[in-house]
Design a protein around this ligand. Sequence first.
Ligand SMILES: Cc1cc2nc3c(=O)[nH]c(=O)nc-3n(C[C@H](O)[C@H](O)[C@H](O)COP(=O)(O)OP(=O)(O)OC[C@H]3O[C@@H](n4cnc5c(N)ncnc54)[C@H](O)[C@@H]3O)c2cc1C
Length: 421
Amino acid sequence: MPNPSTALSTVVIVGSGIAGASAAQTLRSEGFRGRVVLIGDEPSPPYRRPTVSKDLLSGAIAAEKAALKPDSFWDEQDIELIAGATAVELDARQKTLTLSSGETLHFSALLLATGGRARRLDGVSGADVFTLRSMADADPLRASIQRTGSLLVIGGGLIGCEVAATARSLGAEVTVLERDPSLLSRIVPPDVSTMIAALHSDNDVDVCTNVALVSLHMSGDGSAVATAADGRTWSAGTVLVSVGTVPEVTLAVAAGLRVDNGITVDGHFRTSADGVFAAGDAADIPGARNGERYRSEHWNGAQAQGIAAAHSILGNPVPFKDVPWGWSTQYGHTVQFAGATRFDDDYVVRGSIADRDFTAIAVRDNTPVGAIAVGRPKDLRTVRTMIAQGGTVDRTALADESVALTDVPAGERKGLVTPAR
Ligand SMILES: Cc1cc2nc3c(=O)[nH]c(=O)nc-3n(C[C@H](O)[C@H](O)[C@H](O)COP(=O)(O)OP(=O)(O)OC[C@H]3O[C@@H](n4cnc5c(N)ncnc54)[C@H](O)[C@@H]3O)c2cc1C
């Protein structure tokens, strides 16, 4: 990968989500005095996206309360925020970026922080069929849920589960249809999946698994009817399609950048084009272990990447040693995730999954690689440090609640990465 440009006068950032906004702020806090332009195609200034499926969707907070910063912040920081503008063409050689307005910006460095968009299902559409990604999606979805009183959630992942919980708080009848045998089945072990399904059942959500959806059509009365291959049918007034996120790489692909599962970057967030960087949900970044690559899809990961990318842009790259983590809040319970967890990992459990008070630590070759916790934020922080240190641990002590996690004897430290922040 080429080196970053050293003569910086203008840094242009495409995408005003947390990755882009954090990069802009970091450029300023690190003393960069040149021009910083932050372009976002959403009409609003940067905001806390996780609120979209929670407080914004429920109506508990107004849009202004979700703002990342007071409106005056961007001017005060001399960050040129251009909201409601789409970057449509990138010429990485000429170092120009063209906006939908026709304006062309010249840059010395460019950060692609274009995030992701909700995956759609072919042939599934209609007036009350929604996806959920941005602030602008929340009001129409809430209005439809309140008007129809019933919601069919297609896809039992994190966003689907959160929307199910929020829709219950709005008094709707809710059904979740999941293709796999269990909820969140790619990232949590069976017991945790069962606990999450029970959480929804306790709140009167109908959770249906092993659903091979074959059709979704609108009936005469305006409701949607979903039919599975095994003949089961469900009907509801409102449908949410929440079947995953795809990285927003349109600009990068058209510009000829290397793209795989996202925009390919090296450990310093440099893309295959000189002076062009990428971070956040759009970026495919190297993991802690040789050859591993991943896309974060979590708020804190996108923030940490934006900050690190800004350092690289300034020519002061810092080793990026983040152990990714995220959270999901459903019915007042916060589930936290760290590292790389898989359904089929071997887990050591502290506490009680059934009681919704536990830390489940994924262990491979006696080395912690990930964790899921409910009600135990301190544990999660400690496990992130263990993962970062990359050594083996004594499994018996790991499982023993009378031994504090911080006191679990370590085996050999492999020094994969430095401790988590
Ligand atoms: C509903 C929802 C709830 C979530 N809840 C949680 C949670 O509880 N916990 C958690 O850890 N994570 C959560 N996440 C994930 C987290 O919000 C994301 O990982 C994070 O926001 C990614 O940040 P980003 O800056 O990389 O991308 P984004 O936030 O997607 O921002 C990218 C921005 O770039 C804009 N853009 C794209 N292309 C262009 C272009 N060509 N020109 C101009 N602008 C462009 C996009 O419109 C968008 O505004 C949630 C995500 C969603 C959708």
